[in-house]
Design a protein around this ligand. Structure first.
Ligand code: ZN
Length: 1004
């Protein structure tokens, strides 16, 4: 059957081979994208077109996971995926396609799970029971429920969704699939029926409309052989009627006939900030050169602080918005959206005229061709960098090609060939660029959507919904509601028939030793006997003496990434809150030459930096951990190693804190806050940080949104009255942070190709001698508040009128040492409980109590946390979770052998994933050896520790740690909630022993 597959196309993109196969019998397509690294990624994609708002594509996506003909059990796919060394499966539905995803550590598990996954996609059971719980039902309280329904309830009335639907309605006629909400509108979902979804499946989920895109290290022979049984099964089902290709064979929508401006409102308690979007049609999808040209125009307009839109609309004292960004969607004719975020309400109507005034000026005066050349060069470098570090860079165009490419695949290269098109647009003259700008943005018809925040809208929405539910209850009556409650339980029980253990036992778990990891070779600036390798020898052969700690992590890359890690332990408490302002301004301040006193204005600095760097970043924390450290990162071509180091030196010590710049940056930070304060999940975590960390010593507490909203407003006033006070504070902060004893340096890249790995630092970074010893790496667990040291009884219930449900964060103490013998057992225990289709998933999500529930072991912070994501009642969800945990703790329920094996396999994936790319692997090398103070082999050793965890060790971790999360004496709780539930939740927690304070979001 593997012989059915013919290679139809093979191309090479910068050393990555892309090979496409198609079955002559079934039409099934397979694309392999060659990519180095231990992870294999799969995107199984179908073109899905829909002509109403019923949400067939999205509801079907959910039903696929509830069982297939050969595996008719809910949860079997995710259970098996874990055993394939994955972390479950996932999927997304876009307007024009549905993609089913999986990523495994190594290829063996991938080939084992692939046929089972395809069986779910092509032959799902789509039972009535699955529809009932997963899509929509009315529960015993007379409320509309179901996983998809609740998901859309959380999304439909957000500013973004309201604006998108408005745009779709304006840009497309009723005959176009692009016009509709493929997620399903709540009104439609309430009357959708299972049979309609089944018919949708018959129409679109066919092998000749399915393309398997696989990225990683894969042997073609083995891949096609694994598809043999799939082919056999498809053929056994008999021939299918001919298919009309979605989108490509449908009538095309005309261009917009007029320019429009539409004002919509969205629910929001705070009425200060709104949003604006301008929408156009771009070029047809196969006009690759125009696509590239427009992308460059958009980058020119918006990228970096000196781009014309940033300079005139964002980086000013009284800004129009906090960010301005273009988004392009590759439809049959591309869509272009320009978004202005956090626009002060009084400026909503001014945004569009201002934008077009800027464009008119460019049309008259032309582009700055030096900057244009720099933008194109940098885009090319960024693309080369992405080819090294992000496998989606090639997988994505292959996906788009499967939807819109020619049937004979002859245009696959066109979809993936951005490098060539970048070379072509580099030859354009000014008049050509102006022509593109006029044709597609100035003269083209557009749809502008302005979204105004409205408290009245929020109130009306809540009232309408309450009335609707009330009427629904009355209409149904007591008896019917009781029947509905029973129906829900009946359907849930049908979905939850246990998967026979032998299905799991018959699915082998691959040997971890077979996974090929990326090699990183480490050396240090001082000779070090721990590192007996060619990289250390190469470094030692450079005679320069560096007074800094530098770790060199060697990988095969065309780029070098330089990172400075600053220890912030010495900062006094009055300076710590300035860290965000400091780092937001770090790369955009004027420079002063220390020898001559000559100043380079900030615009010039940013331009020069753009020429010499591929990317740069800075801020507090490493991947959400180690937030007592601050980082400055700069990436350059490997030939610009010395220039990169020189830039770090200049930006660290020779910038001037310009008052106008500080005003702009502080205003931007402040204007971003209202938007964040509408996010219930984020706010529950932020409140928890307020309680658990020391406000004097901890960056997490000092940079907290609540602290910052007051602090930034004060700084802004200070900058008007006595700006020198702010400048003095920032100068002091910099002096302390950048003391040599506070700096650790990492260099990642091709070290062996650098002739002066050390001398380049001495020459370009300065060799300030220091006698001080290097400051130890601080952990967040060293800056707990009193409440953080001994969690118990405390907490907040926070009233948030802008949300329709509740979110919660529960915290207890966890291990604080990465070598703690309980760590692996606690991790396995947490994974067993919160894995996809595990006890939390089935009993909390499955019963409609939550959309998500998650356990996290954070060793660096020393906390074990349980979070509830979007729940109609966070108290009920907590009590249910507590009951589940208690039943395991007391031995009343036990994890099966298969659950234990699955959890361990899934942890393997999560650890290997950190080292997925060369830069990920090099970062892990540093995090392990320098920050966590463990060996380079720590991840590998930890995998072995995880494999060896016994049920006894898990019981020990349960008693010592996990039980505490569910005990009032040992945990802290924060709930953010819709106003209607605040009182009940607060009283409920009191009953189980917590003393919760009720707060308004603005009073924290
Ligand atoms: Zn969904």
């Amino acid at each position: 059957m593997a012989a059915n597959f013919k290679q139809v196309q093979q191309i090479d993109v910068n050393g990555h081979k892309i090979t496409k196969f198609r079955s002559s019998q079934t039409g099934l397509s397979v694309v392999h994208v060659e990519n180095e690294g231990p992870i294999v990624n799969g995107y199984f994609t179908l073109a899905t077109e829909s002509f109403d708002d019923d949400g067939c594509p999205h509801t079907l996506e959910h039903l696929v996971f509830l069982g297939s003909e050969l595996y008719p059990y809910k949860g079997v796919l995710d259970g098996l995926a874990n055993r394939a060394l994955a972390n479950g499966t996932n999927a997304w539905t876009d307007v024009d396609h549905t993609a089913y995803t999986i990523a495994t550590a190594g290829i063996e598990g991938f080939l084992n799970i692939m046929p089972i996954y395809i069986d779910h996609i092509l032959y799902p059971t789509m039972t009535e029971a699955a529809y009932y719980t997963e899509v929509h039902n009315i529960n015993g309280d007379g409320e509309n429920a179901g996983v998809v329904y609740c998901e859309m309830q959380g999304r439909e009335n957000s500013a973004g969704s309201i604006m998108d639907l408005c745009r779709q309605r304006i840009m497309y006629p009723e005959s176009s699939g692009y016009r509709y909400e493929t997620g399903g509108l709540m009104l439609n979902l309430r009357s959708l029926e299972a049979e309609k979804i089944r018919q949708y499946h018959r129409d679109y989920y066919r092998p000749d409309n399915l393309c398997l895109i696989i990225s990683g290290v894969v042997d073609h022979g083995k891949l096609l052989a694994a598809l043999g049984p799939v082919e056999e099964r498809i053929i056994s089902k008999g021939p299918l009627p001919p298919m009309k290709r979605p989108w490509v064979d449908s009538p095309q929508a005309p261009l917009m006939s007029e320019t429009t401006k539409t004002i919509v409102t969205f629910p929001s308690e705070d009425e200060d900030m709104g949003e604006v979007a301008i929408n156009w049609f771009g070029a047809p999808i196969t006009d690759f050169l125009t696509f590239q040209a427009l992308d460059i125009v958009e980058t020119y307009l918006t990228d970096s602080a000196v781009s014309v839109l940033q300079k005139e609309m964002v980086e000013i004292e009284d800004p129009y918005c906090t960010s301005v960004e273009f988004y392009t969607s590759q439809r049959i004719r591309t869509e272009i959206k320009l978004s202005f975020d956090s626009v002060p309400t009084e400026k909503l109507e001014e945004v569009e005229p201002k934008f077009f005034a800027i464009l008119d000026k460019i049309v008259k005066e032309g582009f700055d061709m030096d900057r244009m050349a720099a933008v194109i060069k940098r885009e090319k470098l960024k693309l080369l960098d992405r080819l090294e570090t992000d496998h989606m860079t090639l997988a994505w165009p292959c996906l788009v090609h499967s939807l819109y490419g020619k049937k004979d695949d002859s245009d696959l290269a066109g979809f993936t060939n951005d490098l060539d098109n970048l070379d072509k647009v580099a030859t354009f003259d000014n008049a050509t660029w102006v022509k593109y700008l006029r044709e597609y943005y100035v003269d083209s018809k557009r749809a502008t959507v302005i979204a105004k925040p409205s408290a009245a809208h929020a109130a009306k929405q809540a009232e309408d919904e309450a009335n609707r539910i009330e009427e629904q209850r009355k209409r149904l009556g007591e008896k019917k509601l009781k029947e509905l409650e029973e129906a829900l339980q009946k359907h849930q029980a049908q979905n939850d028939i246990p998967v026979p253990a032998e299905i799991f036992d018959n699915f082998p778990i691959p040997d971890v030793k077979g996974i090929e990891m990326i090699k990183v070779i480490t050396g240090r600036s001082q000779p070090d006997k721990h590192f007996d390798n060619e990289v250390q020898k190469h470094i030692d052969s450079d005679p320069a003496k560096v007074p800094y700690f530098i770790e060199y992590d060697h990988i095969k890359s065309e780029f070098v990434e330089l990172t400075l890690f600053f220890t912030s332990t010495d900062l006094p408490s009055h300076l710590r809150p300035y860290l965000d302002i400091y780092f937001d301004s770090f790369y955009s301040l004027p420079l002063v030459d220390p020898a001559t006193g000559k100043e380079t204005p900030f615009e010039q600095v940013v331009k020069l930096l753009d020429q010499d760097t591929v990317s740069r970043a800075c801020g507090v924390g490493v991947g959400g951990m180690f937030r007592q450290l601050a980082l400055v990162i700069l990436k350059t071509e490997k030939a610009k190693y010395s220039e990169g180091i020189a830039w770090l030196q200049k930006m660290t010590w020779h910038t001037r804190f310009d008052i106008e710049r500080l005003k702009v940056i502080t205003t931007k930070l402040l204007n971003d806050i209202p938007q964040q304060k509408r996010d219930g999940s984020r706010m529950s975590k932020a409140c928890m940080d307020v309680i658990t960390y020391d406000h004097e010593k901890s960056n997490i507490a000092s940079l907290n949104i609540f602290q910052q909203s007051k602090f930034l407003a004060d700084v802004l006033k200070q900058l008007e009255k006595e700006p020198e006070v702010v400048v003095k504070a920032l100068t002091e902060l910099r002096e302390i942070l950048t003391r040599p004893a506070n700096i650790h340096v990492q260099v990642q890249g091709n070290i062996l190709q650098q002739n002066e790995p050390k001398a380049a630092w001495v020459k370009n970074f300065g060799a300030k001698e220091t006698s001080a010893t290097l400051a130890p790496i601080p952990f967040s667990s060293q800056v707990w508040s009193e409440a953080g040291k001994a969690p118990g009884k405390k907490g907040f219930v926070v009233n948030m009128p802008s949300i329709e449900s509740s979110f919660a964060s529960h915290v207890a103490r966890g291990p604080t040492d990465f070598l703690d013998p309980d760590y692996a057992a606690l991790l396995v225990l947490a994974e067993c409980l919160d894995t996809l289709e595990g006890p939390f998933w089935k009993q909390l999500r499955g019963s409609g109590a939550v959309y998500g529930a998650n356990l996290r072991v954070d060793v660096e912070a020393g906390f074990l946390s349980f979070t509830i994501y979007r729940s109609p009642d966070a108290l009920r969800a907590y009590n249910l979770a507590a009951k589940i945990v208690e039943d395991y703790a007391s031995g009343k329920t036990k994890f099966t052998k298969q659950e234990l094996e699955g959890a361990k396999a899934s942890i393997v994936y999560r650890i290997v994933r950190k080292e997925e790319t060369i830069s990920g692997a090099a970062t892990e090398a540093f995090v392990n050896q320098v920050l966590k103070k463990v060996s380079a082999n720590y991840n590998k050793e930890f995998l072995e520790r995880v494999q060896a965890v016994t049920p006894e060790q898990m019981q020990h971790a349960m008693d010592k740690y996990l039980r505490n999360v569910f005990s009032a004496d040992n945990s802290i709780v924060v709930v953010t909630s819709a106003t209607t539930k605040v009182k009940d939740i607060s009283e409920g927690f009191k009953k189980i022993g917590f003393q919760l304070e009720t707060k308004n979001i603005d009073d924290i």
